[in-house]
Write a protein that binds this ligand. Structure first.
Ligand SMILES: [Cu+2]
Length: 660
């Protein structure tokens, strides 16, 4: 208790110091001096004025809320991490591609269905590599309704409903073998997934020889159609565009003046296939041989029309627009793009596209207007080996800005500035956009640079890739933490760093270790844009349909019914008992539990776990879920509530009897 009081005192002290310092600086000193104990505290902790300021800026007192939510990919954990900003407190881990026991994700019938019920145990995927979260958008702004996240390892895309922060759907790309990124169109008509590594198309076995790679391997741009009313991706209404076997990875949808187009980067246009034992150059050397790769410029609205007119062919149930049709119909153009780019980011007005080559000291800025003019004038510098026209570089580039070694990804603020992560320099560079964001004399200039610890990959600013960036904060997602934390074994936490971007100079505010995975990318949205439920609004809501389930029950309706070898149980949970609390079945029976949490009070959450049966649910107020299992183990098994729900929480239990 004493320790906690001291902790609060430290922070209160810091707050007072700043408040008083402010009074003194504004010349309105009331004559008070800093309380002695606060001065001593600052000295004892050896805090600099900047550190005191940073602490005060990021401290959220008990009972108060953060201003922003950050959705971060959870890397190899397969999950999504939700943080509050500026405190950087972890508020939630959303189970997506891996079971998540606290939420009961992957245990109930409903969530097993999402994770992949029907797969045999050998097929079942128990992890994912989440990379790029994308919040749904309306008119190019985050609307806070849905979140999409890709699984790079297994070419899957997931849909999370932000009413209950739960995963509702996972779709598997039938033709891709890896992916990178999820991005949404300005009104979330489509979620775009680009393949990461080219693979045989149609997928199957093809030898890895240069001849076979060039002829039989392909990249794909997959446009998953999102049905907002149903809150689901509709695979039957989705389509793909066949692309050359380069390694496409990141894309951004055009917006406002570039609406209807997609800009996608690629690398390994060398088509390197490795072969270190055969004395061929290793993959990374082969894939970095050329000075230029290709920015893919895709007219997605036209592609959608062509597919609707039947110009696609169906491959593994997915409509695919063939590469030749995309070329002939003016759906696909290239522009040279320097040196193994990763990011491709469309400026807020949709007028510029910023790309960053990982081996280039510059960001290259393309003008969308110039791209359109060059297409119209057929200003091509050649064609790639597959016949895709390449726009002349000097006809489409608006500017190049020297920002540092290894630029990767760019975000924007509300004042016409851009922020680029610089991997090799371990830094964030701030630079100015040209007209109409800044006047000609001020535009395209590096104006600030801040070191980060260390090896930054992506970065995220408040609404930083929308038509209305919010400024204020930026988070650097750093791969290495090196000396920032005391090592606790050889697997080091990665490091999120919060940076204040409200002033001319960027200021480092805080470090947040991530001891879970490589968080790849994040998006930041004002907290009040997300209208999350505190309880399921209708009693007995099925989280899959988000409607009351016909099998949900009210108090007094609990019962056990046997039909042949199936025993069905309708159960209620409320503080502090399950009804029924005794269930007797025979070995070999199929048991179906329909459990309704009949509580209406927020926070009155119950869990439901059965010894030895690998069953573990989370039952939030108003939620209904189903569990189905074969009673193949004889014994008398306790079941209990896993949430500390009341003083008599331990008594919230019962017995499952499985008779021989
Ligand atoms: Cu990435």
């Amino acid at each position: 208790m004493k320790v906690r009081t001291q902790g609060v005192t430290v922070v209160l002290a810091l707050a007072l110091i700043l408040a008083l310092a402010l009074i003194v600086r504004q010349g309105t000193s009331t004559g008070q001096s800093l309380p002695r104990d606060l001065q001593e505290l600052v000295q004892a902790r050896k805090l600099t004025p900047d550190q005191v300021r940073a602490a005060l800026q990021t401290y959220v007192p008990p009972g108060q809320y953060d201003e922003y939510l950050m959705f971060s990919s959870g890397g190899q954990s397969g999950q999504v991490l939700v943080y509050g900003l500026p405190s950087m407190r972890l508020l939630r881990v959303i189970g997506v591609f891996a079971p998540e026991p606290w939420q009961g994700y992957g245990f109930s019938k409903e969530t097993r269905q999402v994770l992949g019920e029907g797969e045999t145990p050998e097929e079942a995927l128990t992890w994912g590599d989440t990379h790029h979260p994308a919040i749904s958008e309306t008119n190019g702004e985050y609307d806070g309704q849905f979140l999409f996240i890709n699984d790079k390892a297994n070419a899957r895309m997931a849909v999370v409903d932000l009413r209950d922060f739960a995963t509702k759907q996972i779709v598997k790309n039938p033709n891709a073998a890896s992916n990178h990124g999820a991005v949404v169109s300005p009104n979330t008509e489509y979620v775009l997934e680009a393949t990461q590594y080219a693979a045989p198309f149609p997928f199957g076995y093809q030898p890895v020889t240069q001849e076979s790679y060039n002829a039989r391997f392909r990249g794909l741009a997959t446009f998953w159609k999102f049905d907002r009313g149903r809150g689901r991706i509709d695979p039957a209404a989705s389509f793909q565009i066949e692309l050359p076997p380069y390694w496409q990875d990141l894309a951004d949808f055009g917006k406002l003046e570039s609406d209807g187009w997609v800009l996608m980067n690629s690398f390994n246009t060398e088509r390197a296939i490795g072969g270190t034992l055969q004395k061929q150059p290793p993959m990374e050397i082969g894939a970095s041989a050329r000075d230029m790769d290709y920015l893919h410029i895709i007219n997605w609205k036209k592609a959608a029309q062509l597919v609707a007119q039947g110009k696609g062919r169906v491959v593994n149930g997915m409509r695919v627009l063939p590469l030749q049709v995309a070329i002939d119909q003016g759906v696909l153009y290239f522009a040279p793009q320097p040196k193994s780019p990763h990011g491709n980011d469309v400026a807020p007005r949709g007028d510029y596209i910023v790309t960053a080559g990982k081996l280039d000291p510059n960001v290259t800025v393309y003008s969308f207007k110039k791209i359109q003019e060059a297409i119209k004038a057929r200003a091509f510098s050649g064609k790639d080996p597959y016949g895709v026209p390449i726009l002349a570089f000097d006809r489409v580039v608006a500017a190049q800005v020297k920002v540092g070694l290894g630029p990767l990804h760019t975000q924007f603020d509300d004042k016409g500035n851009a922020y680029t992560s610089i991997f090799l320099d371990s830094a964030v560079s701030k630079w100015t956009l040209g007209p109409p964001y800044k006047n000609a004399a001020e535009g395209w200039k590096l104006v600030d640079k801040i070191s980060v610890q260390y090896n930054i990959g992506h970065l995220a600013a408040v609404m930083g890739d929308t038509v209305k960036p919010g400024g204020k904060y930026l988070v650097a997602l750093n791969k290495w933490s090196v000396d920032q934390y005391r090592n606790i074994g050889p697997l080091f936490p990665q490091n999120l760093q919060l940076i204040d971007i409200s002033g001319e100079k960027m200021k480092l505010l805080s470090n947040t270790p991530v001891g879970l995975a490589e968080p790849h990318l994040a998006q930041i949205i004002p907290m009040d844009r997300v209208k999350a439920w505190a309880t399921y609004p209708q009693p007995g809501t099925n989280p899959l349909t988000m409607r009351p389930d016909p099998q949900a029950i009210k108090a007094g309706q609990a019962r056990i019914v046997r039909r042949g070898n199936t025993v069905e149980v309708w159960m209620t949970a409320m503080r502090s008992h399950f009804t029924p609390d005794r269930i007797r079945v025979k070995k070999g029976d199929t048991v179906i539990l329909h459990i309704t949490n009949i509580e209406r009070t927020k926070d009155a959450i119950h869990g439901f776990a059965i010894d030895r049966y690998n069953i573990n649910l989370s039952l939030e107020p108003g939620k209904y879920e189903t569990v189905t299992f074969r009673a193949n183990k004889v014994g008398t098994f306790p079941f209990y509530c896993t949430e500390f729900c009341s003083a008599l929480h331990l008594e919230m239990a019962g017995y499952l009897e499985v008779t021989p």
